[in-house]
Ligand binder design. Structure first.
Ligand code: DUC
Ligand code: ZN
Ligand code: ZN
Length: 472
């Protein structure tokens, strides 16, 4: 009887701090030994000295999220997590979104039904708090935090989701009292509305005007305000999908004051610009409509610098899957609509890891350790899943990616999501995941998906562990 279920041999195992050649032994879905010349496993995989990183933790993605209006997300938990697995991501954290007037508990129960029996990789939930009633603040949210929903997103824009400053303070206060992580979507709603009306009145309604309605200053102002609100309450926040220089400057300033402000960025702010929304009034740019919008090359460089120097804590996809050619997608009701009616978001679950490994690590912009920190270890810590997730260590789940340094041209046809396009069509990468293991099972072998619907388990989250624990 072999001692182990699986041994991955000759792995260049890479963690957030180290890189070392070793064998990785797995039993019962967990890593049980790291060492040289380990005993045989029932299954053996030779990594042949290739880089092996922890499976990705995509801490910001949207799957089968209930929507108002005609839009519907193309990916549910089955197709979204299939796509994640094939792209080297083995844990996803999508959002259980409270609709205004709905109880938060009901939103969570509904979201569990949507995930049940479908997920191919493990998953946890963030909450979206859109209606912080006294009952939500005093009863539902504290109880849900205790039950393992330890993070929630606050929106400063979008009519159906946004909170005013007083509500944000109330919600942040709950985060402080109960030790939860508050994520903030920082854009100034009134500025966006004002600009949108002016653009509309002058007939500027093509997709590219989405970026004109959300210039960097609306993100800068809201980022500053979110920081001030968190300072007032004395609670850490994590600013999501930071798109460029002015927001980065606010976060650097806050850090300089010693405030606990964490930040996330996403592939679209490294690889897309506002020009991808169109340079004329054609509708194709609707594919890249997301918020905040992609900026320009100079801002991309600022984001790269922030990834390399520690400004950013987390690198997520913000996968928000809408078909282009679909009345439930970017063409609501089958029409080419003014930009403010185009569902916001782009797909990116499957491409996130390879984009950063190829253009970040192999291009010499970040170290392999920084890659692991941003894509796996820190998201697991930020949302209370570490050390079970996000690292290669004895006792951790055997979630692994073996990297192939092979040239790969991204084509939507090779991806496993249910979206009819990728914004990265035709992009040439120097690597792609050659194998993904989820709790010791091969779910992707470099050419074939072999996951099982329902194999992914729900993960209740613990307390965020990015910061040292206070005594007492
Ligand atoms: N922006 C968001 O805030 N969420 C989903 C997608 C997007 O573009
Ligand atoms: Zn957002
Ligand atoms: Zn999002």
């Amino acid at each position: 009887m072999p001692e182990f279920d699986l041994v991955v041999r000759n792995a260049q195992a890479t963690t957030a701090s180290d890189s070392f050649l070793c064998d990785i032994a797995v039993r019962g879905g967990r890593i049980v030994q790291l060492g040289l010349d380990l005993a045989p496993g029932a299954r053996e995989i030779d990594a042949a000295g290739r880089a092996v990183t922890p499976g990705g933790v995509d801490a910001h993605c949207h799957l089968d999220q209930p929507m108002e209006g005609p839009a519907r997300m193309a990916d549910d938990f089955a197709t979204g997590t299939r796509s994640a697995a094939c792209g080297g991501t083995t844990t996803v954290i999508p959002f259980a979104a409270q609709m205004k007037g709905q109880s938060l508990r009901a939103a969570v129960e509904d979201y569990h039904r949507r995930a049940e029996g479908k997920a191919h990789v493990d998953y946890a939930f963030h909450l979206i708090v859109s209606d912080p009633t006294p009952k939500v603040l005093k009863e539902e949210l504290p109880a849900l935090i205790r039950e393992g929903y330890t993070s929630f997103k606050i929106y400063m824009t979008y009519d159906d989701l946004k909170l005013d400053d007083g509500q944000i303070l109330d919600v942040l206060d709950v985060a402080r009292e109960h030790g939860a992580m508050a994520m903030v979507h920082a854009e100034n709603a009134d500025c966006i509305e004002w600009l949108t009306k002016r653009l509309e009145a002058s007939g500027r309604t093509a997709p590219r005007y989405h970026a004109h309605a959300r210039p960097m200053l609306v993100e800068r102002e809201a980022t500053h305000r979110a920081i001030a609100l968190s300072q007032l309450v004395d609670v850490p926040i994590l600013v999501v999908h930071v798109s460029g220089k002015e927001a980065v400057e606010q976060i650097r300033w806050a850090r300089g004051l010693g405030l606990k402000v964490f930040a996330e960025t996403c592939p679209q702010y490294l690889f897309l610009t506002a020009e991808d929304l169109g340079t004329d009034d054609s509708y194709g740019g609707a594919r890249c409509v997301c918020s905040p919008p992609p900026r320009d090359r100079a801002n991309q460089e600022v984001i790269w610098d922030g990834l390399a120097d520690g400004l950013f804590t987390v690198f997520s996809s913000d996968h928000a899957p809408f078909n282009f050619d679909d009345p439930a997608g970017k063409k609501p009701g089958g029409e080419e609509v003014p930009f403010q009616h185009i569902p916001n978001g782009i797909p990116g679950l499957e491409t996130r890891m390879a984009l950063l490994w190829s253009e970040g690590v192999l291009a010499g912009r970040i170290t392999p350790q920084k890659f692991v920190e941003l894509t796996a270890t820190n998201p697991a810590k930020a949302y209370g899943l570490h050390p079970r997730k996000g690292t290669i260590a004895v006792g951790a789940d055997a979630d692994l990616v073996i990297w192939d340094e092979r040239e790969t041209v991204i084509r939507n046809a090779m991806l496993h999501h249910a979206v009819d396009y990728t914004p990265y069509e035709g992009m040439r990468l120097a690597a792609w995941p050659g194998m993904t293991l989820a709790r010791g099972e091969v779910v992707w072998d470099g050419s074939r998906f072999s996951g099982k619907a329902g194999a992914g388990r729900f993960l209740p989250c613990g307390a965020p562990s990015l910061l040292p624990k206070k005594r007492g």
